[in-house]
Design a protein around this ligand. Structure first.
Ligand code: COA
Length: 344
C-alpha cells in the first residue's frame, strides 16, 4: 500500500537508503540537496530539518524569499520511504512558468511499479482538502515517465514553455454554495461590493485598499448594473491575500436564468500573469456549482489569457460564436461531466 507520510525521524534509515539510490541526482519534491548530506547525517540536524519540513506547511511560518507554504510528504510503501512529493499551496510567477504546484520523485530502484501514479493521486486529494483546484503539474518535455504519470492522473496539457510541459489537473475541492457573503479562495477573498462603495466607484473616488488602476472600466460597468443592494450575484472585490489590496472584480450578470448563470471578471494589469484568476475563478465556479448552477462566460475572441483560464477550468467553447456578427463574443460553458480526481 502506498501512503503519503509527514517526514519523521522514525523513517530515517529507509530515507537514507532512498537518498543513496538517487546517487546525487535531484530528488524532486524533497527539499533535499545532495550538498546537505554532510550536515544532515548528524542526527540532531536531521531532526531539526525534518521538523522544518513539517513547519513549511503552516501559513504563519516565515519562509525564505520566494518560497510558498508546502505540504511535504514522503511516499511510503510497506513502511519504507520510496519517494518524495510536495504540494505547494500557491503559485509564484516562476512556479506558474516552470515549477507548478506539485514536485515528486520515485526511487530509481522501484520505478515502473505504479508508485508515482498512486502518490500523485493522493497528493491531488491533499490539494483538494486545502481548497486548491485545479493544480498545475509540470515536467520537462523529454520526461516521458512524468508526462504519462500526469496525464493518466487527469492532467490536461496547456502548453510547452521553454521545454517545460504545463498540465492542469482538477482536484474536485469541495465548496460552500454561493451566498451573499465573501467567498474564500486560496489566494483571495471575494468580498461583495456594498451599495455605498458602488456609488463611490461610479463617482470616480478611490479608496485605501484599492490597487492602482482599480476599478477598471469593466468593473465600473459591472457595478453600474447592480440593483439596490449586494446579493449573491452582484460584483465582488478580488482582495488579494498577499497584500490585502482589491485588484479586480468578479460577479454574475444577474441572477440565474433557468439554472444558468453568466460570470464576468477582470484584474488590473499588475495582478495578471501569476495564476491569481485561475484560483479566483475556480473558487467562484465551485460555489456556483455547489448551488446547482451551470456557469457560462463570454469572451472577446482575442482574449487569449481569459480563454486559457476558462479552458483549464473545464469550460468548453461553443463551436460557433454566440452571434456571428463583427465583434461577436465567444460563449464558454463549464462541462458538468468534467471528471474530478477524487470523484467516486
Ligand atoms: C517520473 C517518475 C516519478 C515516475 O515514477 P514511477 O513510479 O516509475 O511511475 P509509475 O510507475 O507510476 O508510472 C506512471 C506512468 O508513467 C509510465 N512510465 C513510467 N516510467 C516510464 C518510462 N521510463 N518510460 C515511459 N513511460 C514510463 C508508466 O507506464 C505509467 O503510465 P500509464 O499511467 O499510462 O500506465 C520517476 O521516473 C522519477 O522519479 N523520475 C525522476 C524525477 C522526476 O522526473 N520527477 C518528476 C519531475 S516533473
Amino acid at each position: 500500500m502506498i501512503e503519503l507520510v509527514r517526514p519523521t525521524v522514525d523513517l530515517s534509515d529507509s530515507w537514507w537508503e532512498m537518498v543513496d539510490d538517487f546517487a546525487d541526482t535531484t530528488i524532486h519534491g524533497s527539499s533535499y540537496r545532495s550538498g546537505d548530506r554532510e550536515l544532515l547525517r548528524d542526527r540532531d540536524a536531521f531532526e531539526e530539518w525534518v521538523d522544518w519540513l513539517g513547519r513549511m506547511e503552516r501559513s504563519d511560518e516565515a519562509l525564505p524569499q520566494g518560497r510558498v507554504p508546502s505540504s511535504n510528504r514522503w511516499v511510503v510503501r510497506d513502511g519504507r520511504v520510496v519517494g518524495t512529493i510536495a504540494v505547494r499551496h500557491a503559485l509564484t510567477p516562476s512556479l506558474v512558468a516552470e515549477g507548478g504546484h506539485i514536485g515528486y520523485a520515485v526511487s530509481p530502484a522501484v520505478r515502473r511499479q505504479g508508485i508515482a501514479r498512486a502518490a500523485l493521486g493522493l497528493a491531488l486529494r491533499l490539494a483538494a482538502s486545502r481548497g486548491i483546484d485545479p493544480v498545475l503539474v509540470t515536467c520537462d518535455a523529454t520526461n516521458t515517465a512524468s508526462a504519462r504519470t500526469i496525464t493518466s492522473s487527469g492532467g490536461v496539457l496547456e502548453d510547452e514553455r521553454e521545454g517545460v510541459l504545463r498540465h492542469w489537473v482538477r482536484t474536485g475541492a469541495p465548496a460552500q454554495p454561493i451566498g451573499p457573503g465573501p467567498i474564500e479562495t486560496r489566494e483571495a477573498r471575494l468580498v461583495p461590493v456594498t451599495s455605498e462603495e458602488a456609488a463611490a466607484m461610479r463617482a470616480g473616488e478611490t479608496r485605501e485598499g484599492w490597487a492602482e488602476g482599480y476599478p477598471r472600466e469593466d468593473d465600473l460597468d459591472a457595478v453600474g448594473m447592480m440593483p439596490s443592494g449586494p446579493d449573491a450575484w452582484t460584483p465582488r472585490h478580488i482582495v488579494r491575500r498577499s497584500d490585502g489590496l482589491a485588484v479586480g472584480s468578479i460577479g454574475c450578470f444577474g441572477p440565474p436564468d433557468e439554472g444558468v448563470v453568466e460570470i464576468g471578471y477582470g484584474l488590473v494589469e499588475q495582478a495578471r500573469g501569476g495564476g491569481l484568476m485561475t484560483d479566483v475563478l475556480s473558487g467562484m465556479v465551485r460555489s456556483l456549482e455547489a448551488a446547482g448552477l451551470t456557469v457560462v462566460a463570454h469572451t472577446e475572441p482575442a482574449n487569449v489569457a481569459s480563454h486559457r483560464v476558462l479552458a483549464r477550468l473545464g469550460f468548453e467553447r461553443a463551436d460557433e460564436p454566440a452571434d456571428a456578427g463583427a465583434g461577436a463574443e465567444w460563449l464558454w460553458t463549464r462541462r458538468s461531466d468534467v471528471r474530478c480526481v477524487g470523484d467516486a
